[in-house]
Write a protein that binds this ligand. Structure first.
Ligand code: NAP
Length: 286
């Protein structure tokens, strides 16, 4: 597609953004859909985020993704927010409206859509062990809880952060939430209480591929789905060992693809071509 006077601009706001796969993903989606648009990555300083949003709006930029460290900082500059964004207190998608940008959060819904598409997994009545309580955990835990998860056991290095997340989940859903100390992860009987394990910390991420959360691997089996939000490497040490125990596994790549697909749908009103995206991005990741 040639850039011309009608080309619409979309983008990513974060810092750093140099290694993001979002421009590749979104420009591929645009091209496949035959939309005259282009998606660029912008490294934005924290103190400039308000000015940047005002400038983008003045230029008529159709929408942006927002990543670390601006997911919370954009909120005071928006004209409104979805329930999902409000519940987790973070925005990853900006949608243009004549009055200003509207915020949404497609991270959690992206993981749910990926698990549904690939594993026919639904949140309803699930018993979930969530490792980590950072920004990504918030989006994912809130989405799972709001979609009907029965139990969420939260484990995080900083217990206070897990307790805050537990409070938030209780305020927005009927899920039963329990916060456990990190040492509980090595207690094999913990895994009999859950059917899904969701790892949301950065452990095991490139270049620390030989590390993993202290999960009692021998307690995992075919009754478990183990999800790792990390997608570089595609198969983390946790997923490799879990698969060896017979557990079903899902990497974070599906979540990444579907959070982008949901943002694309919000901007363009179309569902993008997600088929084969996993293979294409895998090749891109090398
Ligand atoms: P974050 O807000 O900084 O949270 C980091 C989390 O990891 C916290 O729970 C933190 O615990 C924990 N943690 C970090 N280092 C640890 C260590 N050495 N031992 C134990 N716990 C540790 O980051 P985030 O945005 O949630 O991102 C977390 C991971 O999710 C990253 O790997 C990121 O790439 C991935 N992610 C994937 C997608 C996707 O689309 N697949 C989307 C977003 C994020 P404390 O609270 O104790 O510090």
């Amino acid at each position: 597609m040639m850039i011309d006077a009608k080309t619409k601009l979309y983008g990513l706001l974060g810092n750093p953004v140099g290694h993001s796969l979002s421009p590749f993903l979104q420009n591929y989606f645009l091209q496949q859909a035959g939309i005259n648009g282009v998606y660029l990555a912008f490294a934005v300083e924290g103190k400039e985020i308000g000015q940047v949003l005002a400038g983008l709006h003045g230029l008529g930029v159709g929408g942006c993704n927002v990543t670390i460290p601006h997911k919370e900082a954009v909120i005071p500059h928006l004209v409104g927010m979805s329930k999902a964004a409000e519940a987790c207190g973070a925005v990853n998608t900006l949608i243009y409206s004549p009055e200003g940008y509207y915020g949404d959060n497609t991270d959690g819904a992206g993981l749910l859509a990926a698990l549904e598409a690939k594993h026919q997994w639904h949140s309803r009545d699930k018993r979930i062990l969530m490792i980590g309580a950072g920004g990504a955990a918030k989006g994912v835990a809130m989405a799972m809880a709001m979609a009907g998860a029965q139990d969420i056991l939260l484990v995080n290095r900083t217990m206070k952060r897990a307790e805050q997340l537990a409070e938030q989940i209780r305020a927005y859903s009927a899920a039963r939430v329990q916060v456990l100390p990190m040492e509980e992860l090595s207690n094999g009987s913990l895994y009999q209480q859950v059917d899904t394990v969701v790892h949301t910390t950065s452990q095991g991420m490139y270049p620390h591929g030989d590390t993993m959360a202290p999960v009692a691997i021998e307690a995992l089996g075919s009754e478990h789905l183990v999800v790792d939000l990390v997608y570089n490497p595609l198969e983390t040490k946790l997923l490799r060992l879990a698969a060896q125990q017979g557990a079903r596994t899902a990497s974070g790549l599906g979540m990444f693809i579907y959070q982008g697909a949901l943002a694309f749908k919000r901007w363009h009103g179309l569902w993008p071509q997600v088929e084969n995206m996993e293979q294409i991005l895998t090749a891109q990741l090398g």
